[in-house]
Each structure stands twice: as structure tokens, then as C-alpha cells.
Design a protein around this ligand. Structure first.
Ligand code: FA5
Length: 344
């Protein structure tokens, strides 16, 4: 290795490697440049291998030159690594920037279930009309759920409400009507009361039937109560819930505790009357069975039917919620799926 050429080659190698290092656009490219310059088979290593062939004094001089070049290359590589680390950090800081002085989002706010909301609206409405809001037990006696409502043990009307029987002759109430009985027993006439709450039936569940659902019972006992009073209150109730007139029909209905008894149906608000699974293709949804209280029922609760009479109704609250919010399957309401509930 003649002396001037060796010097020049080392300088050329160094500047070539420095260019590569400077041109690297990322850590991977820088690593390639490092291997080419300082790796075991890199440029500097090639020169070092040739050193053995040199005269001793020349070897020391060239060795110094090579060491100088190696140090400068190492410095350049370190500077490059530092630059990339800083760039990566800067990009991360920019993308992960948070304003810690912003107020925390706080806990997610819930809201009332659609059935609760309707229940509360109706409670408010009926309170404003002079009705008391009563509560009653969900585990009922057979007497309050059936007998006191003129449904004795052998009566076919018991078959209309398939019942969850409990030990000791008690049952899960099949309707909110036993609260009428308790209201009459406790408060006596004149009486205006409603009783919202859960009812339970051994039903096969489908789009419009649940085994656990909500009803709102209502009763008025006074002197000379007529079907006209009943209709007035029912229409007031429906107009308040739907915020507009809804098409209703009244047809005879049989419940042993009322005489005469009616079924007040609403034109299906899901399909507008055309027919859908909720209205079982009939265009009407059974919502409000009602009637004038059977004198026998009044007498059983200690009220003289010669002096007093009244009306009663048992509103299907769950179905009402379905009609108001256009819910096409009752199972959504108690499924607990927040994606569904958050829509209301
Ligand atoms: C009764 O429960 C009577 N106690 C209502 C009554 C009260 C009549 C006072 C006269 C005087 P019925 O079984 O039809 O009646 O139920 C009343 C309402 O509850 C129905 O119109 C319906 O809206 C709702 N309902 C009944 N069964 C279910 C069910 N399985 N799932 C959801 N809603 C139901």
C-alpha cells in the first residue's frame, strides 16, 4: 500500500461513509451505513486487514489515520441515532398530546328506562287528576290476585292468566288488579287510585309477550260513575302519552271483576294499522282492558254497591312503551343491551 494512496483511500472511504450516514432517512438505513463503515466486513475493517503488510513505522501512522476515521464515523453514527430518537419522540409527543388541564370527562351519565319514564309521566298525570299512587306486593295471596276479583278457584278465567305458583298458596301476581282490592280494603270509598308495577305470567315469550311485564292499574269508586267517565280518563291518558289523538276502538271484553267489561285497543303505531308481528297482523294492539267494577267485587272489599260504583282499568305499560317509541319487539326492553337503551 504506497503511502499517499493509502491516505487518500482512507479519506475517500471516510467521506463516502459520512455521506451515507448523512443520507440515512431512518434508523434502519443508518444501521446499514454503520455496518458498511464499521462492521466486521466493513470499509475500515478491510483497511485494518491490510495493515499487516505495511512497514512498522508506516503501520503506526496509517493506524492512527484509521482510528481517527473510525472515531469520526462513530461520532456521526451516534449523532444520527440521537437525531432519529429525537424525531421519533417528537412525533410521539405530537400524536399523543394531552391537555392535562382539561376537566376530566366524569362518569358516564345514565338515564331512566323508557318504561320508568312513562310510568312517572302517568303517575304525575293521575296525581294531577286527584288519584293516589299505590304500591302492592309482587308476591300475592291467591285471594287478592283471584278470589277477591270474582275469579274463584274453579273459574275458567283463571286459565287466561297462567300463573307462577309459590309455596303456601301464594303466587307471583299475574296483574296489578290485586292492588285495587288492597286499595278498596284500606282506603274505602270514594277512591281514586292507580297502581303501577310488575306482573308475571307463565307465558311463552314472543315479540309482544314477556313473562315479566309492567301494568298500570287504575280505579275510581264514587257515586254514579259511568262509562263516560271511564272513556274520559282513558282518552286523557292516551293523549298525554302519545302527545296526539290516537285511533282507539272499544269492544266487549270479559273480565269477571268488571261488568260491563271492555277492551280498548289502539291502532298499531308500529305499522300504522297495516299489520306487523307486534299487532299479530291485525292492525290493533290490545292495550287497555277496562270496565265498570262488578258489584260483587265491591261487596267483597266491604263497599256497598247500592251506594257506590266505579270503573277500573289495567293498562299494559310495557306495550304502551313499545307503541310510543316504535319498539318492534318486547324482548329489547328487558334485554339489558345498552346499545338499545341508550337510544331513548
Ligand atoms: C288484565 O290483566 C286485567 N287485570 C286488566 C283489567 C284491569 C281489566 C281492570 C279490567 C279492569 P289482561 O290479561 O288483558 O288483563 O292484561 C292487561 C294488559 O297487560 C294487556 O292489555 C297487555 O297490554 C298487557 N299484557 C298482558 N300480558 C302481557 C304479556 N305477557 N307481556 C306484555 N304485556 C302483557
Amino acid at each position: 500500500m504506497p503511502e499517499p494512496r493509502a491516505d487518500q483511500s482512507i479519506q475517500e472511504l471516510e467521506s463516502r461513509c459520512l455521506e451515507r450516514i448523512a443520507a440515512a432517512r431512518n434508523a434502519a438505513e443508518l444501521e446499514t451505513a454503520r455496518v458498511e463503515a464499521l462492521g466486521r466486513k466493513g470499509g475500515i475493517a478491510q483497511f485494518s486487514k491490510e495493515m499487516g503488510k505495511l512497514a512498522p513505522e508506516e503501520r503506526a501512522r496509517i493506524g492512527k489515520l484509521l482510528n481517527g476515521a473510525r472515531e469520526r464515523l462513530e461520532t456521526a453514527i451516534e449523532a444520527g441515532l440521537k437525531r432519529f430518537a429525537e424525531e421519533t419522540l417528537r412525533a410521539r409527543l405530537e400524536s399523543e398530546w394531552v391537555d392535562v388541564t382539561l376537566p376530566a370527562p366524569g362518569p358516564r351519565r345514565g338515564h331512566l328506562h323508557p318504561i320508568t319514564r312513562i310510568q312517572r309521566e302517568l303517575e304525575e298525570l293521575f296525581r294531577s287528576l286527584g288519584f293516589a299512587v299505590l304500591d302492592g306486593p309482587e308476591v300475592e295471596t291467591e285471594y287478592h290476585n283471584f278470589d277477591a276479583l270474582n275469579i274463584p278457584a274453579d273459574h275458567p278465567a283463571r286459565d287466561m292468566q297462567d300463573t307462577f305458583w309459590l309455596e303456601g298458596g301464594n303466587l307471583l301476581r299475574t296483574h296489578t288488579s290485586p292492588v285495587q282490592v288492597r286499595g278498596m280494603e284500606r282506603l274505602g270509598p270514594p277512591l281514586r287510585m292507580i297502581a303501577p308495577g310488575r306482573a308475571f305470567r307463565n307465558e311463552s315469550v314472543d315479540a309482544s309477550h314477556e313473562h315479566t311485564f309492567y301494568q298500570l292499574e287504575g280505579m275510581m269508586v264514587d257515586r254514579e260513575v259511568s262509562v263516560a267517565h271511564l272513556l274520559y280518563f282513558m282518552k286523557t291518558l292516551l293523549a298525554a302519552i302519545f302527545g296526539r289523538e290516537v285511533t282507539v276502538r272499544l269492544r266487549p271484553g270479559y273480565f269477571p271483576f268488571v261488568e260491563p267489561g271492555f277492551e280498548l285497543d289502539v291502532q298499531c303505531l308500529i305499522c300504522g294499522g297495516a299489520g306487523c308481528p307486534v299487532c299479530k297482523q291485525s292492525g290493533w294492539v290490545e292495550l287497555l282492558p277496562c270496565g265498570l267494577v262488578n258489584p260483587k267485587v265491591l261487596r267483597m272489599s266491604g263497599i256497598d254497591p247500592e251506594e257506590w260504583n266505579g270503573f277500573a282499568f289495567g293498562l299494559g305499560l310495557t306495550r304502551l312503551a313499545m307503541m310510543r317509541y316504535g319498539i318492534d319487539d318486547i324482548r329489547h326492553l328487558q334485554g339489558g343491551d345498552l346499545r338499545f337503551l341508550e337510544q331513548f
